[in-house]
Design a protein around this ligand. Structure first.
Ligand code: ATP
Ligand code: MG
Length: 566
């Protein structure tokens, strides 16, 4: 046991280079040996599984190193942000099992401080107002190999800059007519250091500050400063911000008063096969009704995965498993499915449900008799105990479990063949009833009363064990089967093709008439079940007593078995 723990620990450090770096910072005694991270979503959409990786990383670091993690909304762009998103983000972080306690912040909390900081930069000759439009400014930026050109407004006097900035704030100028820029280095090999914009005019009301502000700080200007003011020690972000790091450090240098200093560390974002992850693209799917909202169970959003039946544990295990690296890559979605299967296997109540019903009449079973069969609730967890399942003369089995003329390797029910009904009896098929157009409508079978419980009375063997429900007792339910939202591993790979072209038209299949054993009656939304032999299902949010609805979370088939012993 001790050995196993050691091994697990090694894996945990090995596949997470950020843990190693933090460990080193602690050994060096940096920042008074404090560890403080933050998760900084922009409230412009619902969170997706990629954000879950970042949440697990940031809050996980706080847990691992006895530190803290803040939740901070990066709400510097009022045109795209809404309180609906703020609320959903808080719900999702909590659902994943993390808590920011009283440390809930908004970049907008710092608007006043940021404004003052900008004024300070102007006064120290490190910022200026540029009257040029954005096209001109970007044309002057140069290229990575050719230095930029200085703006004709770069050397304005401090008084003029202060006056213009004040008037920008007062709303005297039109949007886009002026910006405040940091005065750094137009010849820097890093384009982000070529006098980046730090304030822009935007006359859009903000979800928190209303119409108080008519100028807003740029993300780069707000982010590091927010980190600084919150005492963040490790500011973890995705790789595309690596080139912003010198700018992050430059701003921190202007703020520095003591030894404390936040440090930006970048890691590779999560990409998953068969889906897209940018909020902008997900918003498009929602707006254009390609899916039924942000919480459509086919969406890679946390709210979608929750509705689909994923558990917080399975998502956290997935995040641990994939680790944290500096190398961009694509993770196979079946690894995520493996993680959910692994967890649900341990916790899900087993029941029997028939998705595609075929009626079976047991001709020698007494009319009107009902028996209660003992069934195991979860073979992985004895403490979950047993339940009774009602058996009677007329049953449903899965249509796929019968073949009139079976090939050699088909071991389920066929004319003249005997199989076991799980927990019940051995039955033999004697007759196949068809309708006018030759479709099978019913099977006539006999049972062996001596095989009660599904046990062989005399050592004779049957090859197949089928699930079933009693027609009289079963709960008629709707079942929704989900498949991948896209039929291409990387829907964004071909720039010239719109990613929506790759949408899988069969990603949702609704089965209106399924039958499930009565145990599921009254189960609350999001309750997990394993339908034996079929997969994991959960009660949908739309489900009601009069119309139960189940989502298939994931089928039983396990394509990632090789991970099991890792
Ligand atoms: P998107 O591109 O999906 O809109 P974003 O990076 O703009 O995402 P933010 O709200 O700014 O979204 O992100 C909040 C945090 O989550 C950031 O620290 C960001 O780096 C991280 N994050 C976003 N997407 C991923 C991802 N796919 N994998 C890991 N972390 C991510
Ligand atoms: Mg963003």
């Amino acid at each position: 046991m001790a050995e196993k723990n050691l091994e697990e620990k090694e894996i945990a450090v090995k596949n997470n280079f950020i843990h190693q770096q933090i460990q080193n910072d602690l050994l060096e005694g940096k920042n008074g040996k404090r560890v403080h991270t933050r998760f900084p979503p922009e409230p412009n959409g619902y969170l997706h599984i990629g954000h879950a990786k970042s949440i697990c990383l940031n809050f996980g670091i706080a847990e691992k190193f006895g530190g803290k993690c803040n939740l901070r909304f990066d709400d510097t762009n009022p045109s795209k942000e809404e309180t609906e998103y703020v609320d959903s983000i808080m719900e999702d972080v909590r659902w994943l099992g993390f808590d920011w306690d009283e440390r809930l912040y908004y970049a907008s909390d710092y608007f006043e401080q940021l404004y003052e900081f900008a004024v300070k930069l102007i006064k120290t000759g490190k910022a200026y107002i540029d009257d040029q439009d954005s096209e001109t400014i970007s044309a002057q930026k140069g290229t990575p190999t050719r230095p930029g050109t200085e703006s004709p407004f770069r050397n304005r006097s401090e008084e003029e800059n202060l006056d213009l900035f004040e008037r920008m704030k007062a709303g005297e100028f039109d949007e886009g007519s002026r910006v405040l820029r940091a005065k750094i280095d137009m010849a820097s090999p890093n384009m982000h250091m070529r006098d980046p914009n730090i304030y822009r005019i935007m006359k859009t009301p903000h979800h928190r500050t209303g119409d108080k502000w008519l100028i807003y700080p740029m993300y780069d200007f707000a982010h590091g400063q927010s980190d600084f003011w919150e005492g963040i020690t490790h500011s973890i972000c995705t790789l595309e911000f690596e080139v912003h790091r010198p700018l992050y450090d430059w701003f921190v240098d202007q703020l520095l008063e003591n030894e404390y200093r936040p440090r930006q560390i970048e890691f590779a974002r999560l990409n998953l096969t068969y889906t897209v992850m940018s909020k902008r693209k997900l918003l498009k799917l929602v707006r254009d009704n390609h899916v039924n909202g942000w919480d459509d169970p086919r969406m890679p959003t946390i709210t979608g995965l929750r509705r689909r039946g994923y558990t917080p544990e399975s998502i956290r295990n997935f995040a641990d498993r994939i680790g944290v690296t500096k190398v961009d890559g694509m993770i196979d979605v079946s690894l995520l499915e493996y993680s959910v299967r692994e967890h649900l296997n341990k916790v899900a109540q087993r029941v029997m449900g028939v998705l595609n019903p075929l009626k079976v009449v047991i001709t020698n079973y007494p009319e009107g008799l009902e028996e209660e069969m003992d069934a195991i609730n979860n073979p992985e967890d004895e403490s979950m105990g047993k339940r009774k399942v009602s058996f009677s003369k007329v049953l449903y089995i899965e249509r796929d479990d019968f073949m009139e003329d079976p090939p050699r390797k088909f071991f389920r029910l066929a004319p003249g063949r005997e199989v076991r009904l799980r927990y019940a009896y051995f039955i033999t098929c004697n007759a196949v009833i068809k309708n006018d157009i030759g479709e099978i409508t019913e099977l006539r079978c006999t049972y062996d009363p001596a095989s009660k419980g599904g046990n062989s009375p005399d050592g004779r063997k049957v090859k197949g064990t089928l699930h079933w429900v009693s027609v009289k007792h079963a709960v008629k339910s709707e079942v929704r089967l989900y498949d991948r939202l896209f039929n291409n591993e990387d829907p964004l790979a071909k720039e010239e093709v719109d990613f929506k072209e790759f949408m899988n038209k069969d990603s949702l299949k609704i089965l209106p008439e399924c039958y499930v054993e009565p145990f599921v009656k009254g189960a609350a939304p999001l309750t997990h079940f394993q339908f034996e032999r079929l997969g994991y299902f959960n009660v949908d949010l739309d489900s009601s007593d009069s119309k139960p609805v189940f989502n298939r979370t994931v089928p039983l088939r396990d394509t990632w078995a090789k991970f099991k012993n890792k």
